[in-house]
Design a protein. Structure first.
Length: 324
């Protein structure tokens, strides 16, 4: 009887020990999930502050913001994005969230890479030479942010579901880096309109400002937005006629093009030194390398807006061309 009682007591003690260990493990697991959610929430909060600061500076730049200080602040934003990316990769992630963490890592990689790319192109975008091509690249990097938002949304949904399954009454917040209207930030022409006022070489003046793309020709052949054009012979230069529809002389007018549809994108840019009010000027831009022959290509030509230009819908034209 004593042995039976002793054995029963031992069994009870073992059960209590097992339950105690299991309880400790469950409590530790619960804390790990909570710590993960808290740390990610702190990162997301700083990410939203970064987005608000970066895009707010582009949308409504302070009156005392100079090109040099703007470049410095974008460089600071780039460093902040790199730091946030590193913190996401360093999160202590519960094994149940490994898939979601992979998407988080990629999301923040894209945000960091996007700001790195934009910061690298800003000096050229604010200068005289190559501004159009640089703005096109900036628009491309904006798509990194769009992709990052999609990935973050998927990851956050999975994380919040797992937190709920673990009995944790906590959710990680949403994170949208690219603000609305999204299409504006993917449009090089609209980005150029935001950047042009920051250029030291293009100070805004009073009065009405506005440019218009009158016509584009290649090898003496005038292009039409409505009809596909075949270019014969050795046509290696794009000529773009620009009209000044404002009431002030405009200087250092940037014109750019992108030729797509072949195995590689061909781009170039040129400058019209000045156009008097009501006058016209022509930018001559080499087309290099030589476009492929016999292929249907899309040529987009853009006249970069000038400071004070309110309407830029007539600054761009798209043509369907082929080279024979």
């Amino acid at each position: 009887m004593r042995r039976a009682i002793g054995l029963g007591v031992l069994v009870v003690v073992l059960i209590l020990i097992v339950l105690g260990i299991k309880g400790c493990l469950n409590a530790r697991k619960h804390r790990n999930f909570e710590n993960y959610a808290n740390n990610l929430t702190a990162i997301v909060t700083q990410t939203q502050q970064l987005s608000k600061s970066f895009f707010g500076r582009l949308t409504n730049p302070p009156s005392n913001l100079t090109p040099l200080s703007f470049r410095a602040e974008v460089d600071t934003d780039r460093g902040t994005a790199e730091s946030l990316d590193a913190r996401v990769h360093d999160l202590s992630t519960p094994s149940e969230l490994s898939g979601a963490q992979d998407e988080l890592n990629t999301s923040y990689d894209l945000r960091s890479d996007g700001l790195n790319g934009i910061a690298a192109e800003i000096p050229t975008a604010l200068g005289k030479s190559g501004a159009g091509a640089a703005v096109n690249k900036i628009a491309g990097y904006m798509r990194y942010f769009l992709a990052s938002d999609v990935l973050y949304g998927r990851a956050a949904s999975e994380i919040n579901q797992e937190l709920s399954d673990q009995g944790i009454d906590q959710k990680v917040p949403a994170s949208t880096f690219l603000p609305e209207p999204v299409t504006d930030w993917l449009d090089p022409l609209k980005i150029s309109s935001k950047l042009v006022g920051l250029s030291s070489s293009k100070a805004a003046t009073s009065g009405v400002h506005g440019l218009a793309l009158l016509q584009s020709t290649i090898g003496g052949v005038q292009l039409s937005p409505d009809t596909a054009t075949t270019i014969s012979g050795n046509a290696s230069t794009l000529e773009v006629s620009v009209q000044n529809q404002g009431d002030s002389t405009e200087r250092d007018i940037s014109v750019s093009f992108e030729l797509t549809g072949g195995t590689q994108t061909i781009s170039g840019d040129g400058t019209v030194s000045s156009i008097v009010a009501g006058g016209t000027g022509t930018a001559k831009i080499p087309i290099q390398p030589t476009p492929p022959s016999g292929q249907d290509l899309t040529l987009q030509v853009t006249v970069q807006p000038v400071p004070g230009e309110q309407v830029a819908t007539n600054n761009r034209a798209t043509y369907q061309v082929s080279f024979g």
